[in-house]
Design a protein around this ligand. Structure first.
Ligand SMILES: [Zn+2]
Length: 622
């Protein structure tokens, strides 16, 4: 069946169940929802109407996590009753409160995975009765509790989330197995908590946070709740945590407990849920923003407020989506904002005066645009905006942090910077001619650019803007072939590598061929560092007494592309000796086999490290 385009009223119970199971898997196991939350809720609602007792409804909001195994909760960890308006919250409170002075607690409703740590085992809420053992995720988790931020080393009960600031910084570099970034923090939490193996996440410095439920809590009298509601909402909204609602509970815990619970939730607290509201507005214009490989349509809308935020722009994803929606400028559109996802257009209705939202020519260079899959592409290699975005992508992949889009734009205009090679030629003096640069900032940027001349091969490959080839995929390719080998490899051989596939393989081969001249030029400006040492790598061996530990020199050698070995044999490429005129076995063998011998200082000079003639010899003898 079609899991994306369906007509709910026409579906039977079995089909609805199949739909939900599919989208549950997409969300919880793949961490990649295929439909908006609101659409998902509609399916749930349809099933509830058609078959209220369906067991799937009970399980809907309980993530199943695929590691560790199930753990039975001593006391059920229940979810909360829900309200969608302040009126509903007040009605609930008045039903149970003892007076208008009843003290209430107002807390964020975190949008993550509810979990409990008893000091030994970390368990998710699961279905409330059985949770999943996720103790193996603790190395990734930082605890935030009253008066404490640090390792999860004490009992806590709260929600595993990714802080908004972490998501904006750390998760710009954390990639899933398929090389893609996580679309939002909620997907990332679900995805990471479901992993069987976290080594790759640790390597990428992925970080989760367990926020203790008692950390953020506002105390307010029931009588004041209506007047303070907006202010509290605003205060909560400014916290760096993803939230999907507000928890209101009685401050007197003993009283709250005395109210007991229903089968599903405690009576002493309630969750006010933010709804993923859709609103109607008018599409006034469509702007096309440049990306590395395509143009993305952005809807300019009459301002409309959705759950506290004024929306003026929404994404239209790509040209195919515009065609599918049949939307034109002047139409009435329904815009949806769900959680921290960028607002998007759900549907449209023809307006009185309409004009096409499509464009034929590049807004920058006026070249006739072409279609590539669902995307619109400017085929002109000289197109200024396309070049800017590609160069910006390359700069990011090289890890040059100080160089942002505005500066790059100015550099391109003023000094005709066209590609990475030109960037390496820039001087601090030139930078000083750019507005906003002073002596210090200019020289630090130049230093950072120069540092990038020494570049790991996978970063360079990622910097070539091959579609769907980021740093992780580049690493995969370069684990198998050297950069030079890659340039002559066929799509067939590359496609055979685990995790690459024919589409990427074709793209790599095509792009390497298309950029061949540019690459030749670029390779004269940079020093490539092999990210993996294969059997064919040159070998290196150290002998004598040296100031630092052997592992230090071996690491250094690895950055130069050498594989370290223990003995001086006929296949050895380079022997580094504290005293090249010495008489150790390694030195004698090396001379016999005609192996190149250098002093430590020469080797360090090659590695770009100044000689340390005065350093005391206190390291290992090897
Ligand atoms: Zn163009």
């Amino acid at each position: 069946m079609d899991y994306l385009n369906f007509d709910l009223p026409s579906l039977g119970v079995a089909e609805l169940v199949a739909l939900l199971e599919h989208h549950n898997r997409a969300y919880w196991e793949n961490g990649e929802p295929e439909i908006p939350d609101a659409r998902y809720d509609e399916i749930v609602e349809a099933l509830r109407q058609r078959d209220p007792g369906n067991p799937l409804l009970e399980k809907i909001f309980t993530p199943s996590v695929a590691s560790g195994g199930k753990v039975r909760h001593v006391e059920p960890m229940l979810s909360l009753d829900k309200a969608y308006s302040l009126e509903a919250v007040l009605a609930w409170a008045h039903k149970f409160s003892r007076s208008e002075d009843e003290e209430m607690l107002v807390q964020p409703k975190y949008d993550g995975i509810s979990a409990k740590y008893d000091g030994k085992v970390l368990v998710t809420r699961g279905d409330g009765f059985f949770g999943e053992d996720v103790t193996d995720k603790i190395p990734l988790i930082e605890l935030e509790a009253p008066g404490y931020i640090g390792k999860l080393d004490r009992p806590a009960r709260g929600e595993v989330i990714i802080r908004d600031d972490d998501f904006a910084s750390i998760y710009r570099n954390v990639r899933k197995k398929d090389g893609q970034l996580y679309k939002n923090s909620r997907n990332a939490v679900a995805g990471i908590m479901g992993l069987k193996e976290i080594a790759e996440m640790q390597l990428q410095k992925a970080k989760l946070t367990l926020v203790d439920y008692t950390l953020i809590s506002y105390r307010v009298k029931l009588s004041e709740l209506p007047t303070r509601w907006e202010e509290l909402k605003l205060a909560l909204a400014q916290l760096p945590y993803p939230q999907d609602g507000i928890v209101v509970k009685f401050a007197d815990a003993a009283f709250a407990a005395s109210l007991g619970r229903t089968a599903h939730h405690p009576r002493g607290e309630i969750a006010y849920k933010f709804t993923n509201i859709r609103k109607e507005t008018v599409l006034r214009d469509v702007e096309w923003s440049f990306g590395k490989n395509c143009l993305t349509p952005v809807a300019c809308l009459d301002p409309v407020e959705i759950s506290g935020t004024t929306i003026k722009r929404a994404t239209l994803h790509n040209v195919q989506n515009i065609l599918d929606l049949g939307v034109m400028i002047g139409d009435t559109v329904v815009v949806e904002r769900a959680g921290d996802v960028i607002p998007y257009i759900v549907e449209s209705r023809p307006g009185c005066e309409r004009r096409t939202a499509l464009i034929e020519n590049c807004p920058c260079c006026k070249t006739l645009l072409i279609r590539r899959g669902p995307e619109l592409v400017c085929p002109n290699p000289e197109c200024m905006e396309t070049r800017l975005q590609r160069l910006l992508g390359a700069v990011r992949n090289l890890g040059i942090e100080r160089l942002g889009e505005p500066t790059l734009r100015k550099l391109m205009a003023k000094f005709d910077v066209r590609h990475l090679g030109d960037l390496f030629e820039l001087s601090a003096k030139q930078l000083l001619q750019i507005e906003g640069f002073a002596e210090k900032s200019a020289s630090s940027l130049v230093a950072e650019i120069q540092k990038a001349r020494r570049i790991e091969d996978y970063r360079l490959l990622a910097a070539l803007n091959v579609p769907n080839v980021g740093p992780n995929i580049a690493k995969l390719l370069l684990a198998k072939y050297s950069f030079a080998e890659l340039r002559t490899a066929t799509a067939e051989t590359l496609a055979a590598i685990d995790g690459i596939g024919p589409e990427r393989a074709n793209a790599v081969v095509a792009e390497l061929a298309a950029q061949s001249d540019y690459l030749d030029e670029l390779l004269t400006a940079v020093t490539l560092v092999a990210s993996s040492q294969t059997e064919n790598s040159p070998t290196i061996c150290f002998t004598g007494k040296m100031p630092e530990k052997r592992s230090y020199y071996e690491k250094l050698a690895a950055t130069l592309g050498y594989r370290s070995v223990d003995d001086a044999t006929s296949t050895l490429t380079l022997l580094v000796a504290d005293d090249p005129n010495g008489n150790s076995t390694k030195l004698r063998n090396a001379r016999k086999f005609g192996v190149r011998i250098v002093s430590l200082d020469e080797f360090l000079a090659e590695a770009g490290i100044p000689a340390q003639a005065d350093a005391p010899a206190q390291g290992e003898l090897f």
